[in-house]
Design a protein around this ligand. Sequence first.
Ligand code: FMN
Length: 173
Amino acid sequence: MMSIMDMLELIRTRRSIRRYKKEAVPEDLVEKILEAGRWAPSASNSQPWEFILLRDRKIKEAVAQAATYGTFLADAPLGIAVVIDPKASTHPVEDGAIATQNMLLASHALGLGTCWIGAYSSVYEEKVREILRIPKGKRVLSIISIGYSAESPKSTRKELEEITFTDFYGRKS
Ligand SMILES: Cc1cc2nc3c(=O)[nH]c(=O)nc-3n(C[C@H](O)[C@H](O)[C@H](O)COP(=O)(O)O)c2cc1C
């Protein structure tokens, strides 16, 4: 079992990576990433998700062109689109989001860089649905770009004391 220090280190050191080496993502790692998504929790264990591996250059380019905040997907060796069925769960967005985060963290643990490209309710969700031939009624929650990182970005977070209260909103512990 992983120690809490290792766990926090993994969570803290994951960054959104938008530039990748050309090297392909090994197939055994792809399977581990998907496995992390599959084992995410979901409302009533509804598992309203499906994952589309984006491998074809033309498909990745088409999605990247549509997703204006995810143009870097075109140059990522791999993408994963997380598709949700809103009728299958009382909390489909949360379920899909957790599956996505599980895959981001698993990728990081495997030495891979990822970025969450927000597709759900974006101006380009319809276009992405079309390109990926998503059946009627299903939605694209996210697209994950994956590859070996070619950058080392920094990030920041608000301090815990800024965002934490005790017993009721506004009460400082
Ligand atoms: C729901 C969601 C949607 C996001 N959409 C995009 C996106 O479309 N394009 C992008 O470059 N980054 C996207 N990101 C990544 C965030 O910009 C990033 O997580 C944030 O700036 C913090 O940086 P870090 O992940 O390196 O800690 C998204 C993240 C989340 C959680």
